[in-house]
Design a protein around this ligand. Structure first.
Ligand code: ADP
Length: 288
C-alpha cells in the first residue's frame, strides 16, 4: 500500500485576457473550481494505477467536497483530518497563451495534526511506501517515523526547498526530481543525483523522458512522443504511477515504463486530478 502525506487544494482557476499588472482589476472570462495539490494528484494517480492509497492530510470546514472527490477516485480518506483552518486554496490565473500565475493560501495543508499521521501509520505494514512532498508540514517527522517502522520512503522534492530536501535525504529510499529541481539540489549541495546517497533517484526530463540513478548506474528512458496541450500534473502522475508499480512488485524499469506512458497521456489533456488516466487507458496505449 501507499501512504501519502500530501496537500489537498481547492484550485480556483480564472481565465484572463492577460496576466494582471500591479493595481489592475481584471474581469475573468471564466472561473472554475478543481481539486488540486501535488499530494492529491499523486494519490489519485496511484489509485488510478491500481494501488491501495491512503491519503494523510487535512481540510477545513469548506473542504468536504475535496474529501468526497478523493473517495470517489478510489483513495482512502479516513486519515484526512478536519482542522480549524481553511482548506488550502490556489488562485490560478491563466492567460490566452497558457502563461499562469499562482498564489497559495496558507491553510489546512500546513497544520496537519501529528495524531492523524500516527493513527495512519499504525495501520501501515513493513514494506509499504510512505510518500511525501513539500506542500505540507510534518514531512520530516513522517520520514523519520516511517523509516523506523520499516516503511520505504519516497519523496517528490516539489515545490523545491533546499533545506527541506536536505533534512529528509538520509531517510529516503527513492527521490523524484524534475530537471529544474535536480539543478537546484546540485546548486545547494554540490552533489549530482548519483552522489546523494539515496538508493534510487529519478530525474524526470519532460519531453526528454527520465533518468534513473541507482547502484547499477544511470539508465535513460525516452518519453513517448506526443503533442502536449497542458503539462500540469504530468510529474505528479508519473510519481503516482511509478510508486504504484513498485508497490505491486514491478522492477523499477518496468514501473518507469508504465509511468512514462501515463505521463504522455496526461500532457495531452487539460486539467489535473480529474483527468489522470487509469491503468486500462495506459495499458491500451501500450498495445498501440
Ligand atoms: P514536472 O511536471 O514535475 O515538471 P516533467 O515535465 O519532467 O515533470 O514530466 C514528468 C513525466 O511526464 C516525464 O518524465 C514524461 O514521462 C512525461 N512527459 C512530460 N512532458 C512530456 C511531453 N511533452 N511528451 C511526452 N511525455 C511527457
Amino acid at each position: 500500500a501507499i501512504w501519502n502525506l500530501g496537500s489537498i487544494n481547492a484550485d480556483h482557476v480564472y481565465a484572463v485576457p492577460h496576466i494582471p499588472q500591479a493595481g489592475e482589476t481584471l474581469s475573468a472570462t471564466d472561473h472554475a473550481l478543481f481539486l488540486g495539490g501535488k499530494g492529491t494528484n499523486m494519490s489519485v494517480a496511484g489509485a488510478r494505477a491500481g494501488a491501495t492509497v491512503h491519503h494523510i492530510g487535512a481540510v477545513g470546514d469548506d473542504g468536504e467536497w475535496c474529501v468526497d472527490r478523493l473517495m470517489e477516485y478510489g483513495v482512502d480518506t479516513r486519515f484526512i483530518a478536519r482542522v480549524d483552518a481553511d482548506t488550502t486554496q490556489a488562485l490560478i490565473v491563466v492567460d490566452l497563451q497558457g502563461e499562469n500565475m499562482i498564489v497559495l493560501s496558507p491553510g489546512a495543508n500546513e497544520v496537519i495534526p501529528q495524531s492523524i499521521l500516527q493513527e495512519a501509520l499504525s495501520e501501515a505494514e513493513t514494506g509499504d511506501w510512505l510518500l511525501i512532498q513539500n506542500e505540507t508540514n510534518l514531512q520530516r517527522t513522517a520520514a523519520v517515523l516511517g523509516r523506523k517502522m520499516g516503511l520505504r520512503i519516497a519523496y517528490a522534492a516539489a515545490p523545491f526547498d533546499a533545506d527541506r530536501v536536505q533534512a529528509v535525504l538520509p531517510a529516503l529510499d527513492l527521490l523524484f526530481l524534475n530537471a529544474v529541481e535536480a539543478q537546484q539540489l546540485q546548486d545547494a549541495t554540490g552533489l549530482t543525483p548519483d552522489a546523494l546517497g539515496v538508493a534510487d533517484v529519478i530525474v524526470t526530463l519532460g519531453a526528454d523522458g527520465a533518468d534513473w540513478y541507482s547502484r547499477a548506474g544511470k539508465q535513460h528512458f525516452d518519453a513517448i512522443p506526443v503533442e502536449p496541450v497542458d503539462t500540469t500534473g504530468a510529474g505528479d502522475t508519473f510519481t503516482g504511477y511509478t510508486l504504484a508499480g513498485l508497490d505491486r512488485g514491478q522492477p523499477m524499469a518496468q514501473a518507469i515504463g508504465v509511468a512514462m506512458r501515463a505521463g504522455a497521456l496526461m500532457v495531452q489533456r487539460h486539467g489535473t486530478a480529474d483527468v489522470i488516466p487509469d491503468l486500462k487507458e495506459v495499458q491500451d496505449m501500450m498495445l498501440d
